[in-house]
Design a protein around this ligand. Structure first.
Ligand code: ATP
Length: 751
């Protein structure tokens, strides 16, 4: 580790029995604490690794936890060779996201009601809902539901000055259906109660019930429904054995949850249900309520804020049994930056519009800056700064110049030490113009600097994706006649034509690829009516990737990331079960026409998979991000969560003056669930979310935090409130920033 733990950290590691509540500020080493606590339980207290459940919100974070545990235990084995003779099986630790743990445990115990079940991922669920849920497939028949949940499906029409719903946009309806169903499940909405609500509640409850039955029929669980199944498991004899131990399996002794601020009500129920059965209710949760930012996915900060009260209620223990520890020392940021973001979040405590006070853990102490920096470095440069320009293009130019200046003056060693954080990494805005990020790419390129932006929503406009899909379409819908004659969805047609043309216009440049496509087309022509092509859709894609230029592109980090994503989408499409048991990934030939792909197959392929491309490729992702050297990474704040960077540029956004979807849904279902929320006013919650969003962004910075904005933003009254530091006017920022020029020339090299 290379450093000594402070008192608060030590106390969290050494805490023995009873619930432990670690409220950890940014950069306070919370994950490290959880890792060391786990190792201490195993190597010092002799707890069997299999008795410990260690979980967190994302796959990326759980992988990170596991990797660190393995790394440190390897070190321990090196330092204390006598440990090698012990029977500790560190790999048997139960670590993972909650849904993956639920899956593993129920499989391990051969739980009868989960036998032969399959856990499907988000894309598979999407395709399932698209195909099997009438509310998504025939949206117009469910107008009373969609009019009510217009926030999920509506699109603002400038000419008509209102939200309109395009019922032909099945991709959007599918995503919205999933959001609603997941919310019903995860908020523990009582479906019977919902049926007694208004007419749209009743219809929604019925549709959700049908969806759950259909999933059961195919023996499928989604990341949400597996949690329902797991609660049943915990209530069963198998569940009891799992908790109390049996045969080779020791009893469960400790449950530890990281990123607890993003837990949802059903997960809370699972943790408490398990901990109630184990000795001393050893449930340890670690998180930061101020960094809760997954409301749109059902994350519920109340679980974190009310942890002590929930323990009292569920475990029937006095409140002083719960050990509450604040990790307040910040080892990440320059002291001015720490003071700045701490002041920022605290300044909202009593603000009426935001009502942050009750939404934060009570008695939270101030952060204490502990980063090791010599005094000279601290005093000699401005750690906080901002750049203001009239428009995005000029702003981007100034940012590009600043980054170049940093490198040319040895302030940074590599461009990847600067990150640009923004709400959406799209390079093109909704009107087809360059967004701020589009300008940044261009301006940095002018300075010979590249950006790393693989999660840009421009997925479908990338040359490798267009060429791969264009080559694929040229095989299965050779002259795109099916597309042109049968598909009613204009957005899908427009997109597919673009890919098709990309391939057709470039094929002569790539003879190897052309040869493969031509020979496949020839082969297809000879196929008998009603037969199936030997190659599945994934096989075809792999063969396309085996040709130049893909062989070359697979060496490029951004391109290979996106091509892998395309492969995943194709795989998911193939694995979703169908009524007739034939995989969707098997391409069938028309029953009456030799050598022509079945129109129905193609329409379905276009509709569900391509529709998903258009609506669902989200840039909020959980995968591990490896930032390549030599490029400036562009990230959403969600992607940057848990990471730190020497220089952070935060683009301050125009916020629409309306409540967000997550907050609206919370209110909508509040009366049908027993889960108690702090407030049900969506607008207040939306403000809280925006504040937390900025707080997470600001707290990523180690040495320099630079705000970026265009002048028009600052003039808007409501934005002032949200950016906090600019309460009335940007001049106030100078209290912190002192000077609007670049970092002073004498800034030291970042080490
Ligand atoms: N006691 C300590 N002494 C010195 N450095 C420390 C100490 N504890 C943690 N650190 C360092 O502080 C930094 C922040 O730690 P880490 O990234 O684990 O924070 P975190 O609490 O997970 O932050 P966030 O909530 O923002 O994701 C790391 O570089 C870590 O090595």
């Amino acid at each position: 580790m290379g450093y000594k733990f402070n008192e608060e950290q030590k106390n969290s590691v050494n805490h023995k029995d009873n619930p432990l509540w670690v409220v950890a500020g940014p950069g306070s080493g919370k994950t490290e604490v959880l890792v060391v606590r786990t190792l201490k339980l195993i190597f010092v207290d002799g707890v069997n690794p299999k008795s410990i459940i260690l979980t967190t919100f994302t796959k990326k974070a759980s992988q990170n936890l596991f990797d660190r545990i393995i790394k440190y235990s390897t070190k321990l084995y090196d330092l204390y060779p006598e440990l090698k003779g012990s029977s500790i099986e560190i790999h048997s630790l139960r670590v993972g996201t909650l849904h993956s743990l639920c899956n593993d445990i129920m499989k391990e115990y051969k739980y009868t009601d989960y036998e032969n079940y399959k856990l499907i991922n988000e894309i598979e669920n999407y395709i399932f809902v698209y195909n099997y849920c009438p509310i998504a497939k025939y949206g117009a028949r469910y107008k009373e539901i969609w009019t009510k949940f217009r926030c999920l499906v509506g699109r603002y029409d400038k000419d008509l000055c209102c939200q309109i719903i395009d019922y032909k946009n099945k991709a959007r309806l599918t995503s919205a259906t999933i959001t609603l169903f997941n919310r019903i499940i995860e908020d523990k909405v009582n479906i019977d109660k919902l049926k007694n609500g208004k007419i749209y509640h009743k219809k929604l409850a019925e549709e959700c019930e049908k969806y759950l039955e259909k999933l059961e029929g195919f023996k499928l669980c989604t990341f949400s429904t597996i949690q329902l199944k797991f609660i049943d498991f915990l209530n069963s004899e198998d569940g009891e054995l799992f908790l109390s131990g049996s045969g080779y399996n020791p009893p469960i002794k400790h449950i530890m949850v990281d990123e607890y601020q993003d837990t949802n009500p059903i997960q809370e129920e699972i943790y408490f249900k398990m901990a109630k059965q184990i000795e001393n209710n050893n449930l340890c949760v670690v998180g930061d309520d101020d960094q809760a930012m997954y409301r749109f996915r059902g994350g519920t900060v109340e679980c974190m804020v009310n942890f002590d009260k929930t323990c009292v209620e569920k475990f029937n223990i006095p409140i002083d049994k719960i050990n509450k520890i604040f990790l307040k020392s910040n080892y990440r940021s320059h002291p001015d930056i720490v003071k700045y973001y701490d002041d920022y979040i605290n300044s909202y405590k009593y603000t009426k519009d935001v009502e942050m006070e009750r939404a934060r853990v009570k008695d939270k102490p101030q952060l204490v800056a502990k980063k090791e920096m010599d005094k000279e470095t601290i005093d000699n440069y401005l750690a906080l700064n901002y750049i203001e320009k009239e428009d995005d293009e000029k702003l981007a130019e100034e940012v590009a110049n600043t980054i170049k200046y940093f490198k040319d003056n040895d302030i940074i060693e590599d461009y990847s030490q600067c990150v640009i954080l923004i709400k959406s990494t799209r390079e093109i805005d909704y009107n087809g113009n360059d967004s701020f990020i589009g300008h940044i790419r261009q301006k940095l390129l002018n300075n010979g600097i590249d950006i790393y932006n693989p999660r840009s929503k421009n997925f479908l406009n990338q040359e490798e994706i267009k060429l791969a899909l264009g080559a694929f379409i040229s095989i299965v819908d050779t002259d795109i006649s099916v597309l042109e004659n049968n598909l009613r969805s204009q957005p899908i047609s427009n997109e597919v034509v673009k890919w098709y043309e990309e391939y057709q216009n470039n094929k002569n440049k790539y003879p190897e690829l052309k040869k493969y496509v031509d020979s496949s087309v020839e082969k297809l022509k000879t196929m008998e009516e009603g037969s199936f092509i030997n190659s599945s859709i994934e096989n075809i894609l792999y063969k396309i990737y085996a040709c130049y230029p893909f062989t070359e592109w697979l060496n490029d980090e951004e391109k290979s990331y996106r091509l892998a994503k395309l492969t995943n989408l194709f795989n998911s499409y193939s694995t979703i079960p169908t009524e007739n048991l034939i995989s969707k990934g098997s391409i069938s030939i028309d029953g009456h026409t030799k050598g022509k792909v079945d129109v129905k197959w193609l329409i379905e392929f276009y509709g569900s998979l391509v529709g998903h491309f258009l609506g669902g490729i989200d840039d909020i992702e959980d995968e591990e991000i490896t930032i390549p050297e030599g490029k400036v990474p562009i990230m959403t704040v969600h992607q940057a969560k848990g990471l730190e960077f020497p220089f952070v540029f935060v683009y301050l956004q125009k916020w629409q003056n309306k409540a967000n979807d997550g907050a609206i849904l919370e209110r909508e279902f509040a009366e049908f669930t027993d889960f108690k929320r702090i407030s049900t006013i969506p607008r207040k919650k939306t403000f809280q979310d925006i504040i937390r969003f900025h707080y997470v962004a600001y707290s990523r910075a180690q040495y320099g935090l630079i705000h970026l904005w265009t002048s028009d933003i600052i003039d808007k009254k409501n934005n002032h409130k949200l950016y906090g530091f600019i309460k009335e006017h940007p001049n106030n920022l100078k209290i912190y920033i002192k000077n609007t020029s670049y970092f002073k020339n004498n800034i030291n090299k970042i080490n």
